[in-house]
Write a protein that binds this ligand. Structure first.
Ligand SMILES: O=C(O)C(=O)C[C@]1(C(=O)O)C=C[C@@H](O)C=C1
Length: 379
């Protein structure tokens, strides 16, 4: 680069720095306004996530972007990222407490990650939360006496036993709820152990979400739903969407969504490990999709093996789902062994047809993710 070019670049970059600093001031201004929105919502008990407002705002800004010869996707990306920040900031103001005369909430397994998240959300909403963990059974009965709700969030393999043996003397009006990722057996155990209101919940997210905005919580009704309606309202105020399901249908879906998926991810990692794959090298040669896939596989192994063992081993039905998957793997492999390219293409087309409109939808969703993965690269 000659001196003239260097000088010109320096000048322009100074101007860009100035614009970026103005952006920072605008972000600060927006965050302050959002904090005020948070306070208004907190007072009125309005949910943190406002999908209609978001859709209307994005549509307007996209159109204005087009008028200004700016990519509409650019402003949408920026606004979505800013709104993610809003969810976190609005959370800090706290949430309206829907049920003010409940008594204590006792979280069984409150030291676990999900237990901690619910403790935080319930405390931010003004509830008195008490925690019972593995070694606290002696103090539990005195805590249960004043409990308006007991929320169970412990490993799946001990959930039913703990419900049966420790939670069978709760006050009649106390709500008994659980957060287990399978629903049929814990729900039955709760209905047998407790004669009062019972509800099964499954938060469809990990404990590291930051905010519940746009997350899903599955609800399987147990008994006396009018007594725990407030809880579902409370969860909606946190920004999550409630999806009602029958326990059995939920558990069947989980065999594919969780057990089969985590199992295949486990085998993928196992295979890389046995092959002694050079991860540095793989990353160097990876396309964004491979990097994303490796991240999805790798993140599993950064977590507690017990959690995944629990999920995979929880249901007998999972074994069938996983066996079916392996059969399909085998038969696809046999096409490869036989060199039957045509049959492979035919099967591919059948699957494409089966995915229908979801295939292009997933393609465009994943495009945005892949672009973000690429944005995160740095030397
Ligand atoms: O307008 C609101 O209700 C807000 O909470 C603000 C805001 C935003 O950041 O613009 C954030 C979250 C909502 O989903 C919609 C918009």
């Amino acid at each position: 680069m000659n001196e003239k070019t260097t000088g010109e670049l320096e000048n322009l970059r100074d101007l860009i720095d100035g614009v970026d600093q103005q952006l920072l001031h605008l972000f600060r201004k927006r965050l302050d306004l959002v904090a005020q929105v948070g306070a208004v919502k907190h007072a009125a008990g309005v949910p943190i996530y406002a999908p209609q407002r978001e859709a209307a705002m994005l549509a307007k800004r996209r159109q204005e972007a087009v008028n200004m010869n700016i990519s509409p996707q650019l402003i949408e990306d920026v606004l979505r990222r800013l709104m993610r920040e809003s969810y976190l900031n609005e959370k800090d103001v706290g949430f309206k407490q829907v049920k003010t005369d409940l008594g204590d909430i006792v979280i069984v397994g409150g030291q676990g990650q999900l237990g901690q998240l619910f403790t935080q959300m319930l405390t931010l909403s003004g509830y008195q939360v008490k925690i019972v963990d593995k070694d606290d059974w002696q103090i539990a009965p005195s805590l249960f006496k004043n409990a308006g709700m007991v929320l169970v969030t412990i490993p799946i393999n001990v959930t039913c036993e703990v419900i049966r043996t420790q939670l069978n003397q709760l006050p009649q009006t106390c709500i008994l709820a659980d957060l287990t990722s399978i629903k049929e057996k814990p729900l039955l155990a709760m209905l047998e152990a407790h004669k009062g209101p019972v509800v099964g919940l499954h938060p469809m997210f990990g404990p590291d979400v930051g905010s519940l905005a746009k997350q899903v919580v599955v609800v399987c009704h147990g008994r006396d739903s009018h007594r725990y309606e407030w809880l579902l309202e409370q969860i909606k105020i946190w920004g999550a969407r409630i999806v009602e399901a029958k326990a059995q249908k939920h558990d069947n879906a989980m065999q594919l969504v969780q057990a089969m998926r985590h199992f295949s991810t486990f085998v993928y990692g196992l295979n890389l490990c046995k092959e002694q794959a050079d991860l540095d090298n793989l990353l160097q040669f990876s396309s964004p999709i491979y990097r994303l896939e490796l991240a999805m596989v790798g993140r599993l192994f950064a977590q507690d093996p017990n959690l995944y063992a629990d999920i995979i081993f929880a249901q007998e039905g999972s074994l069938n789902a996983i066996s079916d998957y392996i059969d399909n793997y085998q038969s696809a492999l046999s096409l490869l062994k036989a060199g039957d390219r045509q049959a492979f293409i035919e099967q591919f087309s059948q699957v494409s047809e089966w995915f229908g409109d979801f295939a292009p939808q997933f393609q465009s969703e994943s495009r945005a993710m892949l672009q973000s993965v690429n944005d995160m690269k740095h030397d």
